[in-house]
Every structure is written in structure tokens, then in C-alpha cells.
Design a protein around this ligand. Structure first.
Ligand SMILES: Cc1ncc(COP(=O)(O)O)c(C=O)c1O
Length: 395
């Protein structure tokens, strides 16, 4: 049987990470994967997470099966975190998932169950896994533009492209810190997008993976909450991988908003059914940790403070890189970099130049130009700026 399998494609990001692993140059810099690293180059367990884990271990509760929606307290806590205290209760339900990717997949399944073969619009460029996840669920994918020629948010282009979305379509939007570009809509652009969705009847599908790492937790959730107020139906995929540092604990949830309690109940059951056939139930540990952090005022405050610190470091890295590029005479490139938000930045380099950056300077980003600006120590920003400027100078 297995001999019949044609050579499958491999994951380009993990391929680059493996290539990095066998690079023996001392100055090598891996900026491929979206993982936060502190000044020592480590991806730390957040202090509030560590404390919650200790408390949970001491309580040593049972590992009995949870319900089909996973940890109910976690789902309630994330609904409140994402949609706010006065959020649309009664109109929304959350189902715990295997991190953000699991939420994207379950929600894609939900779309397919209600509208088989429906069209989902994603940005161009998009998070590398958006199209594969949607297509694996049986959905059609179309794209809308994202950036203008200067590398900023292309408000007019996005609205023009999405004016072609039909009532039965779904539009996937990243709620903040757009991956891979770091380019986000301004508040007035979100207003315009919400108005378009309300007018044309397409369903917003918000992917939230970096809230807290852009402009601050509340600011990063503003667009999602605005959409929730303006449209009758919405889907949200929430990841706790980055903002709780729970990458390998696979923690997240799928949220559905409907215009009646009955529709929301049915959607919740459909999500449970989809999970049942994929992996039955999500893992408990990360959800228990997040719940313990969010339900305890002290731990919650400590988590928020550490998240703000992480955000500050990311911002400092980005401004230092922009300043050093400007000093070297690349002002326009520096200005476009400085406007970006979140863990990722797009370097103003072509695929060929990204390859040169890797070969000549041992700096690894994706071929499209994306680097993880959160993955570098402040002491290495100079090396990165030197490499980027060196490649630009070779034009
Ligand atoms: C935009 C976006 N959505 C979703 C995810 C999925 O994250 P995870 O499955 O690790 O929670 C990522 C991860 O990098 C992402 O960048």
C-alpha cells in the first residue's frame, strides 16, 4: 500500500528550521518560526503559567475525561477574555480546541457542514497554513490583497476585493498582528470592513493568534469585538500558544457567534461532532493552566505584566532594526518596517535576496521575506541590520 504514495510536499518552514539545525556557522540566526525568545535566546515558561502549573500539580486533580467541549471553565474564561465582560452572552459559545490550528480546522469543518464547498477569502499573503487547512476541510479559497506598493495596509484594495464576496461566503481576517506582514488595518479600516460585512452578509472568521503582542491586549482585541457588535454571525479561532507561551501544550478555542441561542447551540454541537471524529477531545493541561491564570486576580495581573514586557521587547527590537537600517541609508525600508506590528516583520527583500541573507550572513527568514522579530536578542539586532543592509547594497 505505502509504495503507492507519491512523494508528498514537505512543510517549507520546518524544512528551513531543519536546514538551520545543520548550519554550523557560529553567528547563525533562526528567525523562521513564530516563537518568542527572551534576551538570553530562550523561550521562557511565563512566570504566571509556571505558578499555575505548580498549584495544579499540588491539587493533583483527576485526569478523568472532560466533556465534548473540553474544559468548560476555560471556554467561559476565553469567551470573556476575547469578547469582553459585557460581550454578547447567549449569542456565543466556545469549544476548546487543539490550539489555534485546531480551532481553524474545526471552524472550517463547521462551515463545510452548513455550506458544503463554500468559499472562504483569505489575505494575500496569508498565514502559511490558512489555505491548506481550509482546503483540507473541503472549502474553496479565494484571496484578497493586503498591502499597497509602499508596504502599508491597502484599505481601498481590500474593500474593493471583498466587495466581490457573496452572502454565502466567509472572510478570514487576522484580528491583529497580521502574519506574515505585520501590517494591520487602522480602526477606521476595521469600521469599514465591519460595515461591508453587515451590508453584504458575508461571515467574518477571525483568527486571533497574537493578541497582547501588538498594541496591548485590549487594543488588539478591539477589531474582533467591533465585528462581534456589528454582524449577526461570526467565527473566531483563538490560540493561547503565543500570548501564554503554551506552544507545545496545544491550547485554544473555537468561538461561534449566532443571531439566536438555538443556532449557537447547534453550531456548538456540530463543532463537538467534528472534534469527536478528529481527536475526540482536546488535551486538558494548557486549558487548566490558562483557566487558573485568568481566574486568579494575582496570576492574571502577573500574566498581563509579562505579556506587556514581551510586547515591549518586540517593539524595541523592531524600532532598533528600523533605526539601524535608517542610519545605513535605507530610510524608506526602515519607515515601512517601523509601522509593522506583532511578532513578524517583512524584510524589504526579494526571494533571491532572502537566499543571499541566508548564504552570506547565516540569517534565516522565510523566502517571502518574513522574519520573527521576537526571536532575536537585542545584542544581535546589529548583525541583522548589517546583513539586511549588505544584501540591499548588492542590488
Ligand atoms: C495567524 C496564525 N493563526 C494560527 C496559528 C496557529 O497557532 P497554534 O496552532 O500554534 O496555536 C498561527 C501560528 O503560527 C498563526 O500565525
Amino acid at each position: 500500500m505505502l509504495e503507492l504514495l507519491p512523494p508528498p510536499p514537505t512543510d517549507p518552514l520546518w524544512d528551513l528550521t531543519y536546514e538551520f539545525g545543520s548550519d554550523e556557522r557560529a553567528e547563525r540566526l533562526n528567525l523562521v518560526l513564530g516563537v518568542y525568545r527572551d534576551h538570553t535566546g530562550r523561550t521562557p515558561v511565563m512566570a504566571a503559567v509556571r505558578e499555575a502549573e505548580i498549584r495544579l500539580a499540588e491539587r493533583s486533580e483527576s485526569k478523568e475525561y472532560r466533556g465534548l467541549s473540553g474544559n468548560a471553565a476555560f471556554n467561559r474564561a476565553l469567551l470573556t477574555l476575547v469578547l469582553g465582560d459585557g460581550g454578547p452572552s447567549g449569542r456565543a459559545a466556545a469549544v476548546q480546541t487543539v490550539a489555534g490550528s485546531g480551532a481553524l480546522r474545526l471552524l472550517a469543518d463547521l462551515i463545510c457542514r452548513t455550506r458544503p464547498g463554500a468559499t472562504v477569502w483569505i489575505s494575500d499573503p496569508a498565514y502559511v497554513n490558512h489555505r491548506p487547512i481550509l482546503e483540507a476541510a473541503g472549502l474553496r479559497v479565494r484571496t484578497y490583497g493586503w498591502r499597497d506598493a509602499e508596504g502599508g495596509f491597502d484599505a481601498a484594495g481590500v474593500l474593493r476585493d471583498l466587495a466581490r464576496a457573496r452572502r454565502d461566503d466567509v472572510v478570514l481576517l487576522q484580528g491583529c498582528c497580521h502574519n506574515p506582514t505585520g501590517v494591520d488595518p487602522e480602526p477606521e479600516d476595521w469600521e469599514a470592513l465591519a460595515a461591508l460585512a453587515a451590508r453584504d452578509g458575508w461571515v467574518p472568521f477571525v483568527d486571533l493568534a497574537y493578541h497582547g503582542l501588538g498594541d496591548g491586549l485590549e487594543a488588539d482585541l478591539r477589531a474582533t469585538r467591533l465585528l462581534a457588535e456589528r454582524v449577526p454571525e461570526m467565527l473566531v479561532a483563538v490560540s493561547c500558544s503565543k500570548n501564554f507561551g503554551l506552544y507545545s501544550d496545544r491550547t485554544g478555542c473555537a468561538i461561534v457567534l449566532g443571531d439566536s441561542e438555538r443556532a449557537v447551540r447547534h453550531a456548538e454541537t456540530a463543532l463537538q461532532n467534528a472534534a469527536r471524529t478528529l481527536y475526540s477531545m482536546p488535551p486538558e493541561h494548557g486549558a487548566a493552566v490558562v483557566t487558573a491564570v485568568l481566574e486568579d486576580a494575582g496570576l492574571r495581573a502577573a500574566w498581563r505584566a509579562e505579556l506587556d514586557l514581551m510586547r515591549g521587547r518586540i517593539e524595541a527590537n523592531r524600532s532598533a532594526l528600523a533605526a539601524q537600517l535608517a542610519q545605513r541609508g535605507w530610510e524608506a525600508q526602515a519607515a515601512s518596517l517601523a509601522r509593522q506590528r506583532g511578532m513578524f516583520s517583512m524584510l524589504p527583500l526579494t526571494a533571491e535576496e532572502m537566499l543571499r541573507l541566508r548564504r552570506q550572513y547565516a540569517i534565516y527568514g522565510t523566502t517571502a521575506g518574513r522574519i520573527n522579530i521576537a526571536g532575536i536578542g537585542a545584542d544581535r539586532i546589529g548583525c541583522l541590520a548589517r546583513g539586511v543592509a549588505g544584501v540591499l547594497a548588492g542590488r
